[in-house]
Ligand binder design. Structure first.
Ligand SMILES: Cc1ncc(COP(=O)(O)O)c(C=O)c1O
Length: 377
């Protein structure tokens, strides 16, 4: 059987990883400033993470959601405490798209409405509703087009008002910081206005923190840099440091009803032990503090590089705007042995593990200087 060929792949076969280091089948070492698309939060093969998963695998890896599971309760408690959302409730699932799909459904159940306002440039995942709220018609199927979604520009208050005038709005969904779209964030003024309009129209405000959350920006959630409180928050990626686990944080005003949502694998024992290990390490190793420190350091040094036109983002979610970003990314991988992310049209996206060191940051900065000199001569 062949693989269903949907990915354009880099020709590097990774076989081992530790911290921010990756090793390929040919024994070559790479530096990970991509985190496998923002997934690696506490670093590859962190000792406490490996120990926790190994122990759990030996104890019990999985059982169904209709049987009591105290590890889920522990995960929810720790997530509530560290995120500042202790009074919210947690629904556990398996991937970012699934978290968004459930968030949209929860908003629709709660409000009894079906229309969604999403942002231009947004990416929310590949399931039906999540994809309909993703501003990329090239990846929509006819099946996804049945959802009622209005796209507006981030920060366009007038467009938001007009979209609300259509009526029937169940939710406004906004990324904490747009990742795939190129590392853009809404202004505090726009986000506060959105919160007010959601209140006035009895709609839910959903903040998608799948890429920007879990300490990446130096606060637990990117939206916590401003003074707003969403009704629903989606999490995934960094939550499991590579183990598939995702969640929806739900305001206490939204009441759960039996059988309203469900999943076979979501919140299984192994996934929860990964989630707990990540939260423990984030706290004990002070990784949010490191994200601020290293983010500030990288930003300060990046803007000194001649080819860099702009640096966006917060903490260790960084968008570097420069010409020929795609070529630069390829050279970084194949010549400098450094993985980074990319956003159209010309953004190198950094999503490294949150425990990178100054030494590793300097390796990246030197490599970027060298590559930009070659590409932009
Ligand atoms: C903001 C955001 N939401 C949702 C998703 C979808 O997550 P997943 O690929 O785990 O379904 C992504 C993935 O990149 C994302 O960046």
């Amino acid at each position: 059987m062949n693989l269903f060929d949907v990915y354009t792949k880099y020709n590097v076969d990774l076989v081992k990883a530790k911290g921010a280091k990756l090793f390929c089948s040919e024994g070559k070492e790479y530096l990970d400033f991509y985190g496998g698309h923002g997934v690696i939060s506490i670093g590859h093969a962190h000792v406490k993470y490996v120990q926790a998963l190994t122990k759990q695998l030996n104890d019990i890896a999985f059982y169904t959601n209709i049987i009591k599971n105290s590890i889920q309760v522990e995960l929810a408690k720790k997530l509530g405490e560290l995120s500042g959302y202790a009074d919210y409730n947690l629904f556990l699932c398996n991937s970012g798209a699934e978290a968004v799909e459930n968030a949209l459904k929860i908003a629709s159940f709660y409000t009894g409405k079906n229309r969604v306002i999403a942002m231009k440039n947004a990416f929310h995942g590949r399931t039906s509703g999540a994809l309909a709220a993703t501003d990329n018609p090239t990846i929509w199927s006819e099946f996804n087009k049945g959802h009622l979604v209005s796209f507006i520009d981030l920060d366009d208050k007038q467009a938001l008002l007009s979209a609300f005038e259509k009526g029937g709005i169940a939710a406004v969904i906004i990324e904490g910081i747009q990742g795939v779209g190129g590392v853009y964030e809404g202004s505090e003024d726009f986000l506060s206005f959105t919160r007010e309009l959601c209140n006035a129209n009895e709609a839910c405000l959903i903040i998608d923190e799948i890429q920007s959350g879990y300490g990446r920006t130096g606060k637990f959630f990117a939206h916590q840099h401003v003074d707003i409180q969403p009704d629903i928050v989606t999490v995934a990626k960094g939550m499991g440091n590579g183990f598939p686990v995702a969640g929806v944080l739900i305001s206490p005003k939204i009441e759960a009803k039996k059988a309203m949502l469900g999943t076979t694998f979501g919140g299984n024992h192994l996934a929860c032990s990964a989630g707990i290990a990540v939260l423990d390490v984030l706290k004990e190793d002070e990784l949010m503090e490191n994200a601020i420190k290293m983010g500030d350091y990288l930003r300060t040094e990046l803007i000194k590089i001649e080819a860099v036109k702009e640096v966006r983002g917060r903490g260790l979610m960084i968008g570097i705007v420069l010409e020929n970003a795609k070529d630069i990314r390829n050279k970084l991988i194949y010549e400098e042995k450094i993985f980074t992310g990319f956003s159209n049209p010309d953004v190198i996206r950094l999503l490294p593990p949150l425990n990178i060191s100054v030494f590793e940051a300097d390796l990246f900065l030197e490599a970027l200087k060298s590559v930009t000199k070659q590409v932009l001569v």
